[in-house]
Design a protein around this ligand. Sequence first.
Ligand SMILES: Cc1cc2nc3c(=O)[nH]c(=O)nc-3n(C[C@H](O)[C@H](O)[C@H](O)COP(=O)(O)O)c2cc1C
Length: 307
Amino acid sequence: MKIKNLEILGDVALAPIAGYTDVGFRAICAKQGAGITYTEMASAKGLYYDKAAKTQELLNTTDDERIKAVQLFGSEPFFMSYAVKHESIQKFDLIDINMGCPVPKIVNNGEGSALLKNIPLAQDILKAAKDNTEKPVTIKMRIGFNDINAVEFALAMQEAGADAITVHGRTRKEMYTGHSHWDVIKQVVDAVNIPVFANGDVESYQDFIDIKAQTGAQGVMIARGALGNPNIFSQIVGKSDRPLKEMMLEHIEIMKRFHNEHYVHANFKKHMACYCKGKRGNKEIKVKAFESKTLDEMIAIIKDSDL
Ligand SMILES: Cc1cc2nc3c(=O)[nH]c(=O)nc-3n(C[C@H](O)[C@H](O)[C@H](O)COP(=O)(O)O)c2cc1C
């Protein structure tokens, strides 16, 4: 698959997931076969005002990532045009703009999925990015805010210069309820002539095969199905699975290259819960990990476990 002039290795992506797609997790998923990996959403305005570099903390990357994608969000073209030129963005291969986040704090600022209701503004934001970078610029959308307007919106984004589109097949109103409407994703695939990533409810190799068959999308993006389960990518691309424990320890090691131990300890707890899900003795490991006082203690718990 090609996005602008960027060759994507394979057709499966790790989605942006706030609080989870940190530098370590992206590296581990890329090693297991994710051809493109996304940072969590970072505020374009935040990059402008970010004196404490809090936004930039989200933007570390390693060469383990094969195609490095950064996701930005914002509701003002000026900040988007600034953000795509920001030094911390230049190491990424592709820039994605969030037009799907359903969280009230974001929507009430006119950001994320609120843009689905304001096509001219969404186009201006996209154009502001396109006019200020040579990198491919893509958007990630839901299929509508309250009602479905996916085809209209996707065509407007294509017209404004989007190099590819990811569609999560739910409206904002649906939040995470029900099932992703793969039939609506297919309507978008049929309407546009740029690559589409289909997204929503891919939890296994079989789901990957099914969503591709049912939507005709060139790419598939996975979020929740990858949490605690980077081997979903190896299973899709036909690589060997890696033991969970080994991936967890490497995930931590990579995070440590960029963040202090306190940060890694606090942030890895969420991943612990995901990695342990459904595993034998998981409750006990989770409790111990959450009660641990230091990162070294948490590492020892992982090493002692049967994960
Ligand atoms: C905890 C959480 C955080 C998310 N953060 C982002 C984000 O930062 N940017 C984004 O575009 N989507 C975000 N999403 C949406 C996912 O990328 C994806 O579109 C959605 O979860 C549906 O895909 P899935 O069924 O594979 O999980 C988030 C989802 C979850 C559950």
